[in-house]
Design a protein around this ligand. Structure first.
Ligand SMILES: Cc1cc2nc3c(=O)[nH]c(=O)nc-3n(C[C@H](O)[C@H](O)[C@H](O)COP(=O)(O)OP(=O)(O)OC[C@H]3O[C@@H](n4cnc5c(N)ncnc54)[C@H](O)[C@@H]3O)c2cc1C
Length: 398
């Protein structure tokens, strides 16, 4: 029996109230599509609520740069577009190269510029003048993207969901989809725990780590594995100076950004592939040893962070695809769409992915940009390849 407030039918049902599902629902509602968003917990209770929420454009493949560039532009005008705040803060982004990697660094810089990213090449002393606490003695050059920043991931997902509701979408927390209903090779709706069928000819599964299990019952087994992502919060010494910009340290394996005025949020650049986990095992607390390990790595780049006070941290699961790019496609029965495999990058891509997926679902025509992100690319031997690969230096500190 369907509860009074849950509709019995919709043009499109979106499963998952993370930044992706909420963005897709918003962009569909904006196109006047009758859409229902179903979230089993509350909006942003999955990976989104655990996200570092960095928004950068520094990718090695054109597709990543384009999705990030358009999304960043949306974050900058989020309030104007949605009527809600995502608390986006522009900080700028810095990342350095050592002498031996200068050719790869310059090729990446060229790629970024060719995609209209404002990437500036700084000498180490220029970088030091810009970021006085940054250790630059081993750097030969530093890239600066002045437009990068971070947002509040919970406010972002809620902003999208609230704006979707303003545009006419029906948004529900505490609605668990138990299965996708099909008949004769077509989607007919979704079954909601304790409520029965919501009839819908199009269903978008944007359920993060839970997506493959929902899909496999009616469609293909998606090549996604789950990797633990960890984030530590460190209170900077009070006389540290201005909050430092986003920094990516490919050599010390850390990234960091300010968290409000006093704290730094830091995590590992290259997640240890050994840290696989079961998809439901959202381990939220971080052992003190991991927080100290992240601080120790960060100290190599920001020596004064040795005095930083650990304020805990958390972990969440990355849904990792074989090439670290998402699968944004129609799969299985007619009417079924998936947005999964964001590999630790999904937050920053959510505005543009939401727009493109909404276009795909509403028009049944795949936007050109999504062609390379089709599900079949792995079987065809055509995974996304970097256009300007930057060397990964592994997890060992120099
Ligand atoms: C520690 C960490 C740090 C990160 N840092 C960054 C970063 O700095 N920048 C960046 O761009 N990305 C980052 N990411 C990645 C980013 O957060 C994710 O890619 C993104 O949040 C994925 O959003 P989503 O909507 O696809 O999934 P989720 O946020 O997981 O949303 C899926 C939702 O579906 C719901 N759901 C599941 N099953 C059902 C069901 N059966 N019925 C109804 N609802 C269901 C879940 O409750 C959940 O709320 C980070 C991730 C982690 C874990």
């Amino acid at each position: 029996m369907v509860a009074p407030d849950t509709p019995r039918e919709a043009e499109v049902a979106v499963i998952g109230g993370g930044c992706m599902g909420a963005s897709i629902a918003f962009h569909l509602a904006r196109r006047d599509v009758d859409v229902v968003l179903l979230e089993k917990g509350h909006v942003a209770s999955g990976a989104t609520g655990h996200s570092g929420a960095l928004v950068r454009q520094h990718y090695e493949a054109r597709i990543g740069i384009r999705l990030a560039r358009e999304s960043l532009s949306f974050f900058q005008r989020f309030q104007k577009e949605t009527g809600f705040s995502c608390d986006f803060r522009t900080t700028g982004f810095l990342s350095g190269t050592r002498e031996r990697d200068v050719p790869a660094f310059d090729a990446l810089l060229e790629l970024l510029r060719s995609e209209r990213v404002r990437a500036e090449r700084l000498t180490p002393s220029e970088a030091k003048a810009m970021e006085p606490q940054l250790e630059v003695s081993d750097y030969a050059a530093v890239v600066h993207d002045p437009d990068a920043g971070y947002a509040d991931p919970i406010a972002t997902a809620n902003g999208f969901a609230s704006a979707a509701a303003v545009e006419g979408a029906k948004v529900f927390n505490d609605r668990t989809v138990t299965s996708i209903a099909t008949r004769s090779g077509r989607v007919t709706g979704v079954k909601i725990r304790g409520e029965g069928l919501l009839a819908s000819e199009r269903v978008v599964v944007a359920a993060g780590n839970w997506t493959p299990d929902l899909v496999v019952a009616v469609g293909p087994r998606l090549p996604i594995r789950y990797v633990r992502g960890e984030v530590a919060i460190l209170r900077r010494p009070f006389d540290f100076g201005a909050p430092p910009r986003i920094h990516f340290d490919f050599y010390g394996n850390t990234y960091s950004r300010p968290e409000g005025g006093k704290d730094t949020l830091a995590g590992y650049m290259n997640t240890d592939p050994g840290k696989t986990m079961r998809q439901y095992e959202l381990l939220e607390t971080l052992p003190a040893t991991t927080v100290r390990d992240i601080r120790m790595r960060l100290t190599k780049r920001f020596p004064r962070m040795s005095e930083a006070q650990p304020r805990g941290g958390w972990a969440g699961a990355y849904d990792v695809s074989p090439d670290s790019y998402p699968i944004l496609d129609r799969v299985g029965p007619e009417g079924l769409f998936v947005a999964v495999g964001f590999s630790g990058h999904g937050f920053k891509l959510s505005p543009e992915v939401g727009r493109l997926m909404a276009e795909y679902v509403a028009t049944a025509r795949r936007p050109e940009l999504l062609e390379s992100l089709r599900a079949s690319r792995f079987g065809e031997g055509s995974p996304i390849q970097p256009d300007a690969p930057f060397p990964r230096r592994g997890r060992r500190l120099p």
